[in-house]
Design a protein around this ligand. Structure first.
Ligand code: PMP
Length: 389
């Protein structure tokens, strides 16, 4: 009964969501803070004042949302935690935001440079379909976002997985050598997951200079707002660059499923063609309203990203004091291990105490835990459990 294609499917395993008990969830890199109050207000107003819109198809191209995304990127420079915030606004909501000097984008991001989709997982799926071929290998790090290999199977795209270096950074030279062999595309997350370490923009620029120019080069910036370096400024130099981003982490919006990419408009057009051949209306009316309201209140999310980054650095200090090895994180999670502590046993012990963290049984990283940064209270509860581990 099943098609032969089914044999290539090896579905993604997300962070668990058990129903038997209420856990503190630090296993899926969600944001511990709710979205801006302006998002709740926009949703209430949409349902109350325009219920008829729920009976109609939404804007298939999310034009107002794309404008709001472009505007937010121009205002923040694409890295929320370093953006400048007008003083005096308590939770940042309503504040004027300007980019830090370092992150300033040297051109104006326009809505034509944005494609918006139903979570960045879907955006990534369309990127795989539009730009990667089954005739040659796609180059990616051995340890990176585990959905990439899932899509490799789904679309029958062979992969060339390049081991990370001993310090857990990407082996840029080996990735470039591999890409040159078959004139291949490259994809990685920056900062990378689950390692939490990022490449600088200059390092990515050097890679782009050496990589095949007629192949798309994808950088997944899901976590960049917490302290990485965005590659959006490089779009002026490299027409083959595609940057994928999400509202699930720094815009406190995992529940609303909103992802997007930033690229030159010909590549955006190609992804739009895939969308229009598969699901013409990927973002529902309410998610569009929520996304627009979020992007228009960047100040709130600047504060939230700064709070997460602050909490992360405190937690890293705590872990290191307790003898854990922790990679330097530019994300909303930490990747850590301790000599003599079994990764799986540590995960189970923490779960027994009521907190979910992520453990991967994958060879090479099985000693490690990936822990999402939560609120101060949540991290305090975790510190109490880990105090004597
Ligand atoms: N990219 C990376 C690197 C991720 O870790 C995730 C979330 N697990 C995603 C993309 C997908 O995010 P979403 O579909 O929620 O936008």
């Amino acid at each position: 009964m099943l098609s032969s294609r089914m044999e290539n499917l090896h579905p993604y395993v997300p962070g668990e969501q058990p129903k038997d008990r209420v856990y503190i969830k630090l296993n899926a890199n969600e944001n511990p803070y709710p979205p801006s109050p302006k998002v709740s207000k926009a949703l209430r107003s949409a349902v109350k004042n325009h219920p008829e819109k729920l009976a109609l198809y939404p804007d298939p191209d999310s034009n107002e949302l794309k404008e709001a995304i472009a505007d937010m990127l121009n205002k923040t420079g694409g890295v929320l935690c370093r953006a400048n915030l007008e003083k005096g606004k308590k939770n940042g909501s309503g504040a004027t935001v300007t980019p830090s000097e370092f992150d300033k984008i040297p051109f104006v991001v326009t809505p034509e440079m944005i494609y918006a989709g139903n979570g960045s997982d879907e955006v990534l799926s369309f990127v795989f379909y539009a730009f990667f071929d089954s005739a040659k290998k796609l180059v990616l790090p051995e340890h990176t976002y585990s959905f990439y290999p899932v899509y490799g199977g789904f679309y029958n795209i062979p992969l060339d997985k390049i081991p990370l270096k001993a310090d857990w950074t990407l082996d840029k030279e080996a990735m470039l050598d591999a890409a040159k062999k078959e004139n291949s595309s490259i994809i990685f997350a920056n900062p990378n997951a689950p390692t939490s370490i990022g490449l600088t923009r200059d390092e990515v620029r050097a890679m782009l200079k050496a990589a095949p120019k007629d192949q798309v080069f994808v950088v997944d910036e899901a976590y960049v707002d917490f302290g990485g370096e965005s590659c959006i400024p490089l779009l002026a130099e490299f027409p083959n660059l595609v940057i994928v981003r999400t509202s699930s982490k720094s815009l406190c919006g995992a529940g609303q499923r909103l992802g997007y990419l930033v690229a030159n408009k010909e590549l955006v057009q190609a992804v739009t063609t895939v969308k229009n051949s598969l699901n013409h209306f990927p973002i529902d009316f309410l998610a569009q309203q929520a996304g627009i309201a979020a992007c228009r209140d960047a100040g709130y999310y600047v504060k939230a990203a700064q709070a997460v980054a602050f909490e992360r650095d405190e937690f890293i200090d705590f872990l290191r004091e307790k003898g854990w090895t922790v990679l330097d994180s530019q994300t909303n999670f930490v990747f850590c291990k301790k000599d003599g502590v079994n990764g799986d046993a540590a995960y189970k012990k923490i779960k027994e105490e009521g907190i979910l963290v992520r453990h991967f049984a994958t060879p090479g990283i099985e000693e490690y835990l990936r822990i999402t940064i939560g609120t101060h209270e949540q991290m305090q509860a975790l510190r109490e459990i880990m105090e004597d581990m």
